[in-house]
Design a protein around this ligand. Structure first.
Ligand SMILES: [Zn+2]
Ligand SMILES: [Zn+2]
Length: 365
């Protein structure tokens, strides 16, 4: 079937919407009519040429939701018509970390740009069009069944899209990785889609204070509504002093959601003794960071990482949908813009400028 699909042909150039041939789902695969795709920072690395080895042309997008259109042989977990949230971590399903319910840590991921069998499901004039992970910017997406999680049809699909990356990662970092407890203090450095979810999960956990640090003060009212108790302009010369004042000398947790150069250092300096820096951000290839080991040692500070919020999608996504349906997850407040399939570059430009909490690409159904 041919479907107009936004395709990136080379780094640094705009998307083109072209009629892509979409294969039928093969064994263990499903084809999903996407409703919306979230605009995530990891795709910017591909667009800006900071992710080496990405094959082109490619369909981007790492979070989305839609309706199962058809299923391949042997699929048992979903049927056509099911509403699903896409996971970017299907995992192999067999290795140790997959069996522990941590598929984002799977050591047997599909080859970059391809499905597990080494081939693509998208073609243009007979040539391969590659998949950036789940490639949720495809209006008709072919995915492994482990990459889709059936959810209640009561949640609007555009909001459900964000659960697949920003919400799972942000909420999971607080809930599953850091396990923030009532009354503990936290700082969130970088408040885009993931940071907004970290803030809100902190509020749900009863953290206090919850300090949002961002370079765009225009977002602060939104961040306060989501859960921040204090907001600090990261560009202010005394940003660190403001954070230390707000936290009474340092925070129990500092979450780093952005690879922007000053963020990691600011987060480390924001920690109280025995505080933990939680690294969430994806970084461009071959990045190194510097820190003062004495500051770490003398306060028994720690640095840990949270990949995909330590999520187990088949368990966590339905939990997050339940939270939304109970009115505890203000997903609508996190949407900073909606764009059509022909406006993909505008959506990513808003993200690049740091204005966005979460942008959505919405497909006509
Ligand atoms: Zn993402
Ligand atoms: Zn695995």
């Amino acid at each position: 079937m041919q479907v107009p699909t936004p395709v990136l042909f080379r780094a640094g150039s705009p998307h083109e919407v072209v009629a892509v041939d979409v294969d039928e789902p093969r064994a263990g695969e499903v084809r999903v009519r996407m409703a919306a795709s979230g605009v995530c920072h990891s795709c910017l690395y591909a667009m800006d040429g900071q992710h080496a080895g990405i094959p082109m042309p490619i369909v981007l997008g790492d979070e989305g939701a839609g309706v199962v259109e058809s299923v391949g042989p042997g699929v048992t977990t979903v049927v056509p018509g099911d509403h699903v949230v896409v996971s970017w971590a299907p995992g192999c399903g067999r290795c140790r970390t997959c069996r522990q319910g941590l598929p984002a840590l799977c050591g047997d991921q599909p080859p970059l740009g391809r499905m597990g069998d080494g081939e693509t499901r998208y073609h243009l004039d007979g040539a391969d069009v590659y998949h950036y992970g789940p490639a949720t910017n495809a209006p008709l997406a072919v995915l492994h069944e482990r990459a889709v999680v059936p959810v209640s049809p009561k949640i609007p699909l555009d909001l459900a899209a964000m659960i697949g990356c920003a919400v799972a990662t942000g909420v999971g970092a607080v809930r599953s990785t850091a396990r923030v407890r009532l009354g503990e203090s936290m700082v969130v450095v970088g408040c885009g889609g993931i940071g907004a979810n970290v803030l809100h999960a902190g509020a749900l956990a009863g953290a206090y204070p919850i300090v949002a640090v961002d370079v765009v003060p225009g977002k602060f009212d939104t961040l306060r509504a989501i859960g921040a108790t204090h907001c600090v302009d990261a560009t202010a010369p005394d940003a660190l002093d403001q954070v230390l004042a707000a936290t009474g000398g340092g925070a129990d947790f500092a979450f780093v959601t952005t690879s922007a150069a000053p963020a990691f250092g600011l987060a480390l300096r924001s920690l109280a003794r025995r505080g933990t820096c939680v690294l969430i951000a994806g970084y461009p290839d071959d990045t190194t960071v510097a820190f003062d080991p004495g500051h770490l040692l003398n306060g028994e500070r720690r640095i840990i990482a949270s990949k995909y919020g330590s999520s187990n999608p088949p368990v966590d996504f339905p939990d997050l949908v339940d939270l939304y349906l109970a009115g505890r997850l203000p997903l609508a407040d996190m949407v900073s813009g909606r764009w059509g399939v022909h406006q993909v570059d505008e959506a990513y430009d808003a993200l690049r400028r740091g204005e966005a909490t979460r942008g959505l690409i919405v497909f006509d159904s």
